[in-house]
Design a binder for this molecule. Structure first.
Ligand code: SF4
Length: 86
């Protein structure tokens, strides 16, 4: 079970959630600006990565950025597994 207490301190807590799920680039930039000043950016990002959130702005990132981080982590895990097997 994840600790969800960080959500109580989210800068977006009382905002319209649609701001964070828009595909319009200008709207996404506005959401990212809110994230910049958010005190729980890191746990929000970690939760999005753990849940593989496919849509929306989370922890100051858009989906494509999270996908890149995930692929990088997968590559690192594969390399570590190869080293362990050698
Ligand atoms: S980092 Fe962004 S999406 Fe996450 S809680 Fe903060 S404002 Fe909301």
């Amino acid at each position: 079970m994840h600790d969800e207490a960080w959500r109580d301190r989210a800068a977006c807590r009382d905002m319209n959630v649609e701001l964070f799920y828009s595909t319009d680039e200008a709207v996404m930039r506005t959401a990212l600006l809110v994230c910049e000043g958010c005190p729980v950016r890191q746990p929000c990002f970690s939760a999005a990565m753990a849940e593989r959130e496919s849509f929306g702005v989370w922890g100051g990132t858009v989906e494509a950025q999270r996908r890149r981080v995930f692929r990088r982590e997968q590559r690192s895990r594969r390399q570590a597994a190869r080293v362990d097997a050698a």
